[in-house]
Design a protein around this ligand. Structure first.
Ligand SMILES: [Zn+2]
Length: 59
C-alpha cells in the first residue's frame, strides 16, 4: 500500500519555465513567466508586476 496523499510534497518547485529577468524600470529581478502582470513592454523590455500596474502599461 502506497500512501496516495503524501504530505512530504513541500520541496521547492523549481519550474523550468521560470525566467528571472531585470525590470527595466525599477531594476528589480523577477520572474517574467510568473502569473501576474509582469510582461515585456513593447515586447522587448521586461517590466515587473509592480511597474506594470503602477504605470498601467499592461492592456
Ligand atoms: Zn519594476
Amino acid at each position: 500500500m502506497s500512501p496516495k496523499n503524501s504530505s512530504s510534497k513541500n520541496f521547492k518547485s523549481e519550474d523550468k519555465s521560470e525566467k528571472i529577468v531585470t525590470c527595466f524600470t525599477c531594476l528589480v529581478k523577477f520572474d517574467i513567466n510568473a502569473d501576474d502582470c509582469s510582461h515585456y513592454h513593447y515586447g522587448k523590455y521586461p517590466m515587473c508586476d509592480y511597474c506594470s500596474q503602477f504605470y498601467g502599461f499592461y492592456k
